[in-house]
Design a protein around this ligand. Structure first.
Ligand SMILES: C[S@@+](CC[C@H](N)C(=O)[O-])C[C@H]1O[C@@H](n2cnc3c(N)ncnc32)[C@H](O)[C@@H]1O
Length: 207
C-alpha cells in the first residue's frame, strides 16, 4: 500500500507530534515535581526572564485553578510573601495561599489584601477586553501585571491597553506553552499614574 501525504498534511502531522511531545514532557515533569499542572513551567520561565516574584511580594493570581501558578508564587515569595488565588472553580488548599472562590470581578480582593497593595497581578484567565482587570492596585512604583493573551483575538487592543497603563510592556512565549500555538503572555511594568477622572474603570476587578 502506498500512502501519499501532501506537504500540508505532513506539516500538520509534524506540528501535532511536536505539540503532543511538548505537552507530554511538561505533564510528566509536573507530576514528578508535584505541580498541579504543566502551566507551572510557563510561570517559572516567565519569572526567570522577567524577575516577577521575590520574597515578601504580594501576589494576586486570577484564574488560578488548579493552582500550579499559586504553588510557584507561594514558593518564590517566601518568606514574608502573600498569595491570593481566585477562581470560579474549587482550589484545593495550598500552603501559604489564600483561596477565593468566585468571578475575579466580584470577589472581595480588597479584604483579602488587608489594606495592602498587590506587587504582582497574574492573570491566566482567557482574556477579553472587558475582562482586563483594573490594575490600579498594582500601581505601586514596581507593580507588575502578567496577562494571558492570544495572538489574533483582539491582541493588538489588549497590547494597546497595557501600553497605555504601563511604561514597559513585553510579550513572552514560554516554552511550555508551545503546544497552544497562539497563546502568549504580556508583562506590564512601571505602572503609569491613572487619571483619577478615568478611574475606576468598569472593566474588571476592583482590587
Ligand atoms: C488556564 S486555567 C489556569 C491555570 C492556572 N494558572 C494554573 O497554573 O493552575 C484558567 C482558569 O481561569 C478560570 N476563570 C475563567 N474565568 C474566570 C473568572 N471570570 N473569574 C475567575 N476565574 C476564572 C477558569 O475557571 C480556569 O480555572
Amino acid at each position: 500500500m502506498v500512502l501519499a501525504y501532501s506537504s500540508g498534511a505532513m506539516a500538520k502531522s509534524n506540528k501535532q507530534w511536536l505539540r503532543r511531545h511538548v505537552t507530554d514532557h511538561y505533564v510528566r515533569k509536573a507530576r514528578e515535581q508535584g505541580y498541579r499542572s504543566r502551566a507551572a513551567y510557563k510561570l517559572l520561565e516567565l519569572d526567570e526572564k522577567e524577575k516577577l516574584l521575590r520574597p515578601g511580594a504580594i501576589v494576586v493570581d486570577l484564574g488560578a485553578a488548579p493552582g500550579s501558578w499559586s504553588q510557584v508564587a507561594a514558593a518564590r515569595t517566601r518568606p514574608g510573601g502573600k498569595v491570593i488565588a481566585v477562581d470560579l472553580l474549587e482550589i484545593a488548599p495550598i500552603s501559604g495561599v489564600t483561596v477565593l472562590k468566585g468571578d475575579f470581578r466580584d470577589v472581595k480582593l480588597l479584604e483579602a489584601l488587608e489594606g495592602r497593595r498587590a506587587d504582582v497581578i497574574l492573570s491566566d484567565v482567557l482574556p477579553n477586553l472587558s475582562g482586563i482587570p483594573n490594575v490600579d492596585q498594582a500601581r505601586a512604583s514596581d507593580g507588575v501585571f502578567v496577562l494571558k493573551a492570544f495572538q489574533g483575538e483582539a491582541f493588538d487592543e489588549v497590547l494597546q491597553r497595557l501600553k497605555h497603563d504601563f511604561g514597559k510592556v513585553s510579550v513572552r512565549k514560554p516554552e511550555a506553552s508551545r503546544g497552544e500555538s497562539r497563546e502568549t503572555y504580556v508583562v506590564g511594568r512601571n505602572p503609569r499614574k491613572m487619571d483619577p477622572l478615568q478611574a475606576p474603570q468598569k472593566t474588571g476587578v476592583s482590587l
